[in-house]
Design a protein around this ligand. Sequence first.
Ligand code: IPM
Ligand code: MG
Length: 360
Amino acid sequence: MAHRIVTLPGDGIGPEILAPALEVLRVLGDFEFEEHPFGGAAIDLYGAALTDETLAACRAADAVLLAAVGGPKWDTTDPHAPRPEQGLLGLRKGLGLYANLRPVKPLPALYDASPLRRERIEGTDLLVVRELTGGIYFGEKTRTRDFASDVCAYTREEIERIARVAFNAARAKVTSVDKANVLETSRLWREVVTEVHSREYPHIQLEHVLVDNAAMQLVSAPRHFDTILTENMFGDILSDEAAMITGSIGMLPSASLSAPREPAGSAGFPPEGGRGGGGCGGLFEPVHGSAPDITGRGIANPLAMFLSAALMLRHGLGLESEAAAVESAVERALERGLRTPDLGGEAGTVEATRAVLEHL
Ligand code: IPM
Ligand code: MG
């Protein structure tokens, strides 16, 4: 039976990188793609970044593949105007996608493309586990002419479930990142993570690091990290920082899941092959944005999009060998010298796609 995928090209370079990703997927299996306008494109058509129809289609799909949203056309500080990002936040919340996984593993072929020195990044292989449906992103907001506030709130249950995702994903160590010296939410975070750890995962090492210090260690000693567990906004910031270890933010994929699959061979939460909540296997998207500055020039790096499709194959559809095939095709294309402009080269989107397809 064909896998039913909702595709959301979004804005800017989104359509330019999503189309080649579908070419890559078509080589690997039987997929039915259903495209919906999303973000700024949907605001232009319907006045809302995420329509009820699109949300319902995403809920009913096996997985959702999203490229990027946003652009100067819809940038505004007017609290009443619709914004493309609201579509993304609505989708995450609407599908209950509380677990955002952002793997950061620089490929040897790109060691010299990173602004960080090779000997510093060599051997880095870390995972950022970002809580995605709570915290300051979703707390109450107020605004008058001279005052504004955003509430940061977390419940014990929200912290417990994301902590379990991190402990399940870790090889040996979880670094829980917070600001417990200042924030009350961080003090609850630290307590709950410590409890989950000692009750359910005593065999995994746990350390607590303050977010400012974690930001420093990410660039000074990235090999120090195995799995970083953190709340929504800290995870947003640290994952962009971590992206530069791979040479370009154009390389980093992400998976947003409601009940992540267990790593092979482990037991416990969540239930075997289980998908909580909606039924949808997750949302898969590059970490980078819509890059309005290079839109329409044919030079967008599609690799983070391809690697996001690989995460969809692995985490959303349970197709591990197909996922690995995409990842190794990307790696081999880079080994043979493929470089888009963000990586210091001259290959365009079409050439990059051809290079990856050749190795698939
Ligand atoms: C990300 C993005 C989004 C976020 C924006 C576009 C709302 O930066 O996925 O990291 O802040 O979560
Ligand atoms: Mg971000």
